[in-house]
Ligand binder design. Structure first.
Ligand SMILES: [Fe+2]
Length: 189
């Protein structure tokens, strides 16, 4: 089955989620001033205890969060496929995501490419040396609302080069993956 690259999730409590999340990150980590990598694992259990708005927002959609991570960058993020087996994540914009774009690409001969070990010891596909001119961009999105994100299709992030502030995103992973959001809308097919 073809999988969509992303699906927007309507959210009328985004500001509150951002406020609670950023407060926790600020008071429990130094990531906002001192992040040395893009993908940062945090104490998810402790985080969720103090982020009731996010937890409720997800539970209302029958989504129970297993783990969260904080994604931070001031530079473009090169082409890659996230480490498996997770495919469908909820990405929530926290800070400075306006004018930043996630782009998904179709990469030729991707099946013959070899995974490398991620900083967390799991296999992932680093595609930074792939010539983008030989790839086809299949979609892009400016991350300004929460969305279910397909991390199994090659993607990269373009940041706002004028901004000196880091782009901060919260990525949530669930006990049962919400892959149904990424199924093609049959009515449009
Ligand atoms: Fe990714």
């Amino acid at each position: 089955m073809y999988m969509k690259t992303y699906h927007n999730i309507e959210c009328d409590c985004l500001e509150k989620i951002q406020e609670e999340s950023l407060h926790w990150i600020k008071t429990h980590t130094d990531l906002l001033t001192d992040a040395s990598q893009f993908w940062n694992k945090i104490d998810s259990k402790l985080f969720l205890l103090q982020n009731p708005t996010l937890v409720k927002f997800c539970l209302d959609k029958k989504l129970s969060i297993r783990e969260v991570a904080v994604l931070i960058t001031t530079d473009d993020v090169t082409l890659h496929v996230d480490e498996g087996p997770v495919v469908a994540k909820l990405n929530v914009p926290l800070k400075n995501t306006k004018d930043t774009f996630t782009e998904w690409y179709e990469v030729p001969e991707i099946n013959s490419m070899v995974s490398v070990e991620s900083p967390f010891g799991n296999p992932y596909l680093d595609l930074k040396n792939v010539d983008l001119n030989k790839c086809k961009k299949i979609n892009e999105v400016e991350l300004v609302t929460p969305l279910i994100f397909n991390s199994s299709i090659p993607h990269r992030v373009r940041v706002n080069s004028k901004s000196k502030e880091p782009r901060v995103v919260l990525s949530c992973m669930f006990f049962k993956e919400p892959k149904h959001y990424l199924e093609e809308d049959l009515a449009l097919a």
